[in-house]
Design a protein around this ligand. Structure first.
Ligand code: SF4
Length: 190
């Protein structure tokens, strides 16, 4: 229970940091998060993927996108690969706002960097926690090695945690990723 209470305090600190960043930029917390996400994806993102990424309903995503579009921070266009889908892209001003806001959790990262203790063990604990929350449906997207189709959990040699078939290299525990851009979800066989 103490760990759950501690995590709640950390979640509160994250909410405050995000709120402060939004206040400075004239954006709501979810607008900040979406712009940071879009700024790093110049090819655009499907609106449906934003709903999954941020665990929001399509209606809430649509309202947020409308507000950002009115501020000329993003635009929507048809997805050439799927006529029913809509792509969302940040404008130049939106990318600037997203890149400027990318550092919204700097204070938290600094606190993590200066905290003492076995960080690899803590990271492994948090990854297992995220996996459990994903199973419970509270985390919709987690680009971690343990849920990636390229990950082979057989340890190629002592001291490693597994092997990445995409990078073609063994991964030590400290190399395991939490938000890997190359992550591909495990296939669910029918
Ligand atoms: S692609 Fe990324 S998430 Fe997947 S196993 Fe390799 S490092 Fe891990």
């Amino acid at each position: 229970m103490k760990i759950a209470a501690a995590l709640e305090r950390i979640a509160q600190a994250l909410r405050v940091a995000l709120w402060e960043q939004g206040k400075q930029a004239g954006l709501s917390p979810i607008q900040v998060q979406m712009l940071v996400f879009l700024a790093s994806r110049p090819a655009g993102v499907r609106a449906g993927d934003l709903a999954r990424e941020f665990h929001l309903t399509p209606a809430t995503v649509s309202e947020t996108l409308d507000a950002l579009e009115r501020k000329k921070l993003l635009y929507r266009e048809d997805d050439p690969s799927d006529r029913r889908a809509v792509m969302v892209k940040a404008t130049r001003a939106g990318r600037h706002a997203g890149n400027t806001s990318r550092d919204w959790n700097r204070v938290i990262r600094q606190a993590v960097a200066s905290a003492r203790g076995d960080k690899v063990a803590h990271m492994l604990f948090l990854m297992r926690l995220i996996a459990e929350l994903q199973k419970a449906g509270l985390v919709t997207v987690a680009r971690m090695c343990s849920s990636c189709r390229y990950f082979d959990g057989r340890r190629p040699r002592p001291g490693t945690a597994g092997y990445c078939r995409l990078l073609e290299q063994p991964l030590r525990e400290r190399d395991l990723r939490v938000d890997c851009p190359e992550h591909q979800p495990l296939r669910v066989d029918s």
